[in-house]
Design a protein around this ligand. Structure first.
Ligand SMILES: CC(C)(COP(=O)(O)OP(=O)(O)OC[C@H]1O[C@@H](n2cnc3c(N)ncnc32)[C@H](O)[C@@H]1OP(=O)(O)O)[C@@H](O)C(=O)NCCC(=O)NCCS
Length: 183
């Protein structure tokens, strides 16, 4: 099992004991709203997608839970995927399901571990993230890791009954390697 250790959190693959918690977060509008639409239909489809993800580079399923070390507990989940059939880059996404654990740096630490993992296990040069322009927590998280805002996709995401603009962020392998740590 791949376990990625940081100072305050570790990332580890989901195990069956995590399914109810993470499935609950996926489907809790208080967790994902107002910025996205991560909801899945049924527990069965959720489990199928999580278990198929390791062999599907384009899978949107959660890849790791974020486990806080002190006090111990699962506080979030993250994923990475190939978003485009031709372009070669990986996008990362991240949810701190435990809302009481937000704003303490765990999200940024988790994404730092995730990006390290993507670069260590693939040959991609660019890692990206897309963030609703209204989601300051999401884009500030990646800005703090050195991602650059590369542009805006207009009306690219539909949720909560309207279209939303989305910022495109990215970092290259050379930029990531050159960053001072921790950042
Ligand atoms: C986005 C999210 C993962 C951030 O996780 P987190 O653990 O709270 O983030 P961190 O504590 O590491 O903080 C990261 C940055 O966001 C800022 N931030 C945190 N919460 C914020 C808020 N509510 N509003 C504005 N900025 C916020 C922090 O100040 C920090 O930026 P700074 O260092 O420039 O000050 C979390 O808010 C979340 O799960 N949101 C719902 C799901 C979501 O929107 N996911 C992103 C989709 S890709």
């Amino acid at each position: 099992m791949t376990v990625l250790e940081g100072p305050s959190v570790r990332l580890r693959p989901l195990v069956p004991d995590d399914y109810a918690t993470v499935f609950g977060w996926y489907n809790d509008p208080e967790v994902v709203a107002p910025f996205d639409r991560f909801s899945v239909d049924t527990m069965d489809s959720f489990v199928r997608s999580v278990e198929a993800a390791p062999t599907d580079r384009s899978s949107l399923a959660a890849r790791f839970v974020v486990e806080r070390k002190d006090p111990p507990g699962v506080v979030g989940f993250v994923g990475h995927y190939l978003p485009h059939p031709v372009l070669e880059y990986v996008d990362v996404w991240y949810v701190m399901g435990d809302r009481a654990a937000r704003g303490k740096g765990y999200g940024r630490e988790a994404v730092r571990l995730l990006v390290d993992h993507v670069y260590a296990t693939s040959s991609v040069d660019r890692v990206g993230a897309t963030c609703d322009v209204e989601n300051a927590a999401s884009y500030r998280l990646v800005e703090g890791l050195g991602f650059r805002r590369e542009g805006t996709l207009r009306s690219a995401l539909f949720h909560h009954a309207r279209w939303h603009d989305v910022y495109v962020y990215g970092i290259t392998r050379a930029e990531w390697t050159a960053r001072a740590r921790p950042g």
